[in-house]
Each structure stands twice: as structure tokens, then as C-alpha cells.
Design a protein around this ligand. Structure first.
Ligand code: DAT
Length: 176
């Protein structure tokens, strides 16, 4: 592995704060924010929408081929933001951040986003059942998976400081 900057995956249930964290982190570190949902939508890497859940049915092969073509593994320096984590090759990822928040906080955020009915309920259930945390722990070395709370602005600030310190350490180890 030759990359000089790490790749960081930020994952969690919709509404936990992935975009909020990924945008700020990418800006501070000078990394690229890879908003996977945006790419799927813009490039058409999907097979339409799941009508009930209103989410894209992702064509993972097309998505991964595209990301591979950006030399993501070789060059690093990406903050990848997606509500699933088991599709990316392990060798691409140096740190997996699983954001968490309480169900009432998530309920408010997703309602504000216009989620209702099954779409709202399934996401709240997924957060309570820690689906993404389990998926991350199953898909990656547990050593690189961190669970961070995202309830309020203070959490964002603390989380970003923690990840930035981790990046410094990662670089120091590489160059030692
Ligand atoms: P995601 O990308 O995981 O769907 P988001 O970053 O778009 O989530 O956040 C959803 C909304 O909640 C958005 O209005 C910002 C707000 N939010 C997220 N995390 C927060 C936090 N830790 N403190 C305050 N607001 C937060």
C-alpha cells in the first residue's frame, strides 16, 4: 500500500450526521469528500428507486469500478460518506467511523427531512438495532472501527478533533 494519506469511511444510519462530518473533515484535512449517494445519483449507478423506501438500488459493480478508476486505493486522501459499508474492499479503507445518535434525535432529523411511514420507522429501527455498527465490525478489522456519538454540535467538534489527531498519527507511523 503506497498511499500517503489515509482513506476514511464515515458511515451510519441516514440522518446521523455523515455529510456534516465528512464535509468539514475533508475541508480541514484537504481531502476529497466522496459523497457516494451523490455519485450514484449523478452517474446513474443504480437500477431505479425502491419505491417504498425511496432509496436508490445501487449498482455496486459500476460504483466500485468508477471509484477504482479514480485510484482511490493508491492515492488515498478520501473521506467516503455512505449509509452502507460492506461493499468497499477492505484494502481501500484505513479508518471506519460509525456515527450514532439517539432515536428521538434521529426521529426529529428524519421527520424534518420529510421521512414518514415505513421509511422513517425502518431507519429508526436500524439505528436502535445498531445495524451499521455490526456491519462495520463484520466487514473490517475491529481495530479500525470507531463508534462516535453525533447528538449535538459539541460532538461534531470533538469527533473531528479526534479523527484529525488519528490522521496525524497515521502519517507519522508511515513516515517513521
Ligand atoms: P447524514 O449525511 O448522515 O444523512 P446529515 O449530516 O445530513 O446526516 O445530518 C442530518 C441533519 O442533522 C442535518 O440537518 C444536520 C443535523 N445534524 C447531524 N449531526 C448533527 C450533530 N452532531 N449536531 C447537530 N446537528 C446535527
Amino acid at each position: 500500500m503506497s498511499r500517503t494519506n489515509p482513506n476514511i469511511l464515515i458511515t451510519g444510519t441516514p440522518g446521523v450526521g455523515k455529510t456534516t462530518h465528512a464535509e468539514q473533515l475533508a475541508r480541514t484535512l484537504g481531502f476529497e469528500h466522496v459523497s457516494v449517494n451523490q455519485i450514484v445519483k449523478d452517474e446513474g449507478f443504480h437500477e431505479g428507486k425502491d419505491e417504498e423506501l425511496g432509496s436508490w438500488i445501487v449498482d455496486e459493480d459500476k460504483l466500485l469500478d468508477h471509484l477504482e478508476s479514480t485510484n482511490i486505493s493508491e492515492t488515498g486522501g478520501r473521506v467516503i460518506d455512505f449509509h452502507a459499508c460492506d461493499l468497499f474492499p477492505e484494502r481501500w479503507i484505513d479508518l471506519v467511523v460509525v456515527l450514532r445518535c439517539g432515536s428521538s434525535t434521529l426521529y426529529d432529523r428524519l421527520s424534518a427531512r420529510g421521512y414518514t411511514g415505513k421509511k422513517l420507522d425502518e431507519n429508526i429501527d436500524a439505528e436502535i438495532m445498531q445495524v451499521l455498527l455490526d456491519e462495520a465490525r463484520e466487514s473490517y478489522d475491529e481495530q479500525i472501527v470507531v463508534e462516535l456519538m453525533s447528538e449535538g454540535p459539541d460532538d461534531v467538534e470533538g469527533n473531528l478533533e479526534r479523527v484529525e489527531a488519528w490522521v496525524e498519527g497515521w502519517k507519522r507511523d508511515r513516515n517513521a
